[in-house]
Design a protein around this ligand. Structure first.
Ligand SMILES: Nc1nc2c(c(=O)[nH]1)N[C@H]1C(S)=C(S)[C@@H](COP(=O)(O)OP(=O)(O)OC[C@H]3O[C@@H](n4cnc5c(=O)[nH]c(N)nc54)[C@H](O)[C@@H]3O)O[C@H]1N2
Ligand SMILES: Nc1nc2c(c(=O)[nH]1)N[C@H]1C(S)=C(S)[C@@H](COP(=O)(O)OP(=O)(O)OC[C@H]3O[C@@H](n4cnc5c(=O)[nH]c(N)nc54)[C@H](O)[C@@H]3O)O[C@H]1N2
Ligand code: SF4
Ligand SMILES: [Mo]
Length: 722
């Protein structure tokens, strides 16, 4: 019997409502759900990959153990017992921190992983924790922690009501938006222009988003902090600073004024590549707009001064009165309110409480920069990582110098991966524990709802019964946690068994129910509010719109004094590094080096959708983009094989000459490089590409935040020998 199932796509952050036509256990079609009030029928070409991954014959369905003669199927209990035993042995021999943990991006898209990942982390008892955060949004979290007192109090663009959207280092038309859950973002950007608003893009590449913009500025990679300081200089000098309502609870304006004085547009123009007059105009236009947003994403965060950029973006929003106001940068009131839940237990996040063992880089939120993972495995001494757990991550392709990390993984005494594939990372594991995939379990976007441009609640029921004898991510975490906790005597074991029984009965769904009921739209919202619970959200298959974002400061500020800290010391301390860079760059010669940046494609999702034929068909997309002038200088023709080399390593890719690139800058996408030995992804291997992260330098880290410098790698590009 054919039927239609409604849910939210959980591949990227856009949370699009989808309608899946099914016949028995077969997916017939995946369409946009026109009745979803938030996404209004929009989907992107990736949505159908949900079906392709679901049906993928390479997807793992049961635990496997690596043996000399290949992967061997084992039972779940045997697998859980072995993993827990090896972790315990290694921790008793070498200490708790000898076991490392890496959590990848899909964790955030799966509520079971989020809700049960936390107790698992506690049971692991290790400080050697890593995640994709340090190759992504860490600077935004750092500025929220320092300025508003909570790392999860992230700013969200009020995209539908703004009159000026300044997009720095983001390409939402392709990425579908990030820390800005906004399904159908391209139409929303067009609507902005239709209502007389302006879109300005600052990017070293004329991106798909730049194509929609009123103005696009090329910028030299890694120089955005200087641009933002130049803009602040103009705003102060022209007396355009207006904090409005924020003035009553903001500290540090004078400090920012003094700092900005030192960065006139003329000082930063050559460095950034933007003429001083354009910087001045941009700053004044921003101030003149009835409402405006300074927004930055991956290109803004993962660069040499990413920490400063994260901070300065928010400073600009505050000093122009655009924070927490309609049409500016706002905050959600999500139905599952993590900020409130975490704050209630005293957890606001922390920064630099400790330093990484080998390189001395700062911890953030209990995690170390993933750029240091390889050296922590390689370097002997107290705290050396001897075993690793990876879950929903592929750091061999997604983190700097993946080739070095791959070698390091072979040094481990034990590795376990929770993943659906034998890929570039999990091929190193001793045991792989494969969870069910998206369509086999229910979901609720607890994380992404907190960064949506409207307050929304959407529950996705499971479409298919999970295959017999499979486990969800949350069940895997719970099984492992219980075994790890049962380290003590009989009494402790009994307590653990009892706790496990309760958690297991509750499940992810039961926990969600408690959180919804306790949240701002739960029981508290009575008598007139929606009184949300799992039953309520289950009753609304297309999702529930809870209204536009609303101003919430100072009430929601989490700083002790309930004031915004505009000029935290940690950021001020990093400015001299920018000064030095500015002075140095005025003198430096670039001796033929180009600056390498990344790229995303509409049909990719980091490293893991390339085993779907529908996602990889067509022309080669793992190409190096280069400006015609740079190609001519090097006598390189379009389509030539070129060698891209940095301090860290080299790869060969096909050249694509394009005047969409700023002169001096080249671009290669990430997530490719599937030809490594042992990768069991048949389609991806046939469309392997190369990994930019074999070139991106693991030693290049923003020392302030610990975020990897993924953009702005100095490279030499030459003709590849045949
Ligand atoms: N050079 C460069 N590098 C980058 C970036 C860049 O712009 N340039 N971007 C960075 C960014 S923003 C990110 S977020 C990271 C991503 O970095 P990672 O998270 O390390 O990499 P992914 O490719 O997302 O890998 C996801 C893994 O999860 C598995 N998986 C998928 N669904 C599930 C599930 O439901 N459960 C479990 N257990 N596993 C699942 C997939 O098989 C895959 O192995 O990459 C970063 N790397
Ligand atoms: N189709 C698709 N969608 C995705 C993903 C995917 O892999 N494919 N990944 C998802 C994930 S995990 C994330 S985090 C989001 C990311 O979402 P976005 O950040 O919107 O996506 P990116 O394409 O990484 O955009 C970064 C932009 O920064 C530019 N850039 C590079 N260096 C600099 C610089 O120094 N300064 C400035 N100003 N710009 C610079 C790049 O040219 C690029 O256009 O996308 C998500 N959505
Ligand atoms: S934009 Fe993102 S959420 Fe929407 S269909 Fe595409 S991958 Fe799924
Ligand atoms: Mo990301």
């Amino acid at each position: 019997m054919a039927r239609t199932h409604f849910r939210a796509c959980n591949l990227c952050e856009a949370m699009c409502g989808i309608a899946i036509d099914v016949d028995g256990d077969r997916v017939l079609a995946i369409r946009g759900d026109k009745d979803d009030p938030f996404s209004r029928g929009h989907i992107c070409p990736k949505a159908v990959a949900l079906q392709d991954v679901h049906d993928d014959p390479d997807r793992l369905k049961w635990p496997v153990r690596r043996t000399t003669s290949g992967w061997q199927r084992i039972g779940w209990d045997e697998a859980f017992d072995e993993v827990a035993r090896r972790i315990r042995e290694i921790q008793s021999a070498h200490g708790a921190n000898a076991v490392g943990l890496y959590l990848g991006n899909p964790t955030v898209h799966n509520y079971g992983s989020i809700l049960f990942g936390l107790p698992f982390i506690q049971s692991l008892r290790t400080r050697s924790r890593y995640s994709a955060t340090s190759v992504d949004q860490l600077p935004h979290m750092l500025s929220s922690l320092q300025m508003f007192g909570h790392q999860m109090l992230l700013t969200v663009p009020d995209l539908d009501r703004t009159q000026f959207f300044l997009c720095i280092g983001g390409n939402p038309v392709v990425s579908n938006g990030s820390i800005m859950t906004a399904p159908d973002v391209a139409h929303r950007l067009e609507d902005l222009r239709k209502r007389g608003g302006r879109l300005v893009v600052v990017d070293p590449r004329r991106t798909e988003t730049a194509e929609l913009a009123d103005t696009h500025y090329f910028i030299r990679p890694g120089t955005d902090a200087a641009l933002l300081l130049g803009m602040l200089h103009v705003m102060f000098a022209a007396d355009k600073i207006r904090l409005g309502r924020l003035a009553d609870f903001t500290d540090g304006l004078g400090t920012v004024r003094d700092l900005a004085k030192r960065f006139p547009p003329e000082r930063v123009a050559d460095f950034t590549g933007l003429p001083a007059e354009e910087i001045t105009k941009l700053a004044l236009d921003f101030c003149a707009a009835p409402s405006a947003i300074a927004y930055g994403r991956v290109g803004a965060c993962t660069q040499e001064f990413g920490g400063l950029v994260g901070w300065l973006l928010t400073v600009i929003n505050v000093v122009t009165g655009n924070l927490d106001r309609v049409g500016g940068m706002m905050f959600t009131k999500p139905a599952v309110d993590f900020v409130a839940i975490a704050s209630a237990s005293g957890q606001t996040g922390h920064y630099a409480k400790s330093k990484s063992r080998v390189r001395g880089l700062p911890e953030f939120g209990g995690e170390f920069p993933v750029s240091t993972l390889a050296e922590e495995i390689e370097t002997p001494g107290d705290g050396q990582i001897k075993a690793l757990v990876t879950s929903a991550g592929n750091p061999v392709l997604s983190t700097p110098n993946g080739a070095r990390l791959a070698k390091a993984l072979d040094l481990l005494d034990f590795m376990v991966s929770i993943d659906i594939y034998v890929n570039e990372t999990t091929r190193h594991a001793d045991v792989i524990l494969p969870p069910t995939f998206s369509l086999e379990h229910e979901n609720y976007d607890v994380a992404l709802s907190t960064v949506a441009i409207r307050n929304v609640a959407k529950y996705s029921p499971a479409l298919f019964e999970p295959a017999p004898d499979t486990r969800h991510d949350w069940q895997i975490f719970l099984e492992l946690a219980s075994r790890l906790d049962a380290r003590g005597g009989a009494a402790q074991r009994a307590a653990v068994t009892a706790k496990k029984a309760v958690m297991s009965r509750l499940g992810a769904k039961g926990l969600l129910d408690l959180m919804l009921r306790a949240g701002p739209y739960g029981v508290r919202s009575l008598p007139f509010g929606p009184n949300l619970s799992v039953a309520k959200v289950e009753d609304a298959p297309h999702g529930i719109d809870l209204g536009p974002l609303e101003p919430c400061f100072p009430a929601r500020l989490n700083t002790k004094n309930k004031r915004i800290a505009l000029a935290p010391e940690v950021f001020l301390h990093d400015v001299p590094r920018l000064d030095a860079k500015l002075d140095e760059s005025a003198k430096a010669k670039r001796n033929g080096e180009l600056s390498l940046i990344g790229r995303r494609d509409l049909r990719t999702n980091n490293s893991w959708l390339h085993n779907s034929t529908r996602m990889v068909k067509g022309k080669d997309r793992c190409t190096l983009l280069m400006n015609p002038a740079d190609a001519k200088k090097r006598k390189l023709a379009d389509g030539a094989s070129v060698r891209i080399e940095s301090r860290a390593g080299a790869v060969v890719a096909k050249l694509q000459v394009s005047d969409d690139m700023m002169p001096g800058v080249v671009s290669l996408p990430h997530g490719w490089g599937h030809s490594l030995e042992g990768v069991e992804l048949r389609v991806a291997r046939a469309h392997a590409g190369v990994s930019i992260n074999d070139v991106v330098d693991e030693l290049a880290v923003d020392p302030l935040s610990g975020t990897a410098v993924l953009n702005g790698t100095p490279v030499k590009v030459t003709a590849a020998r045949a």
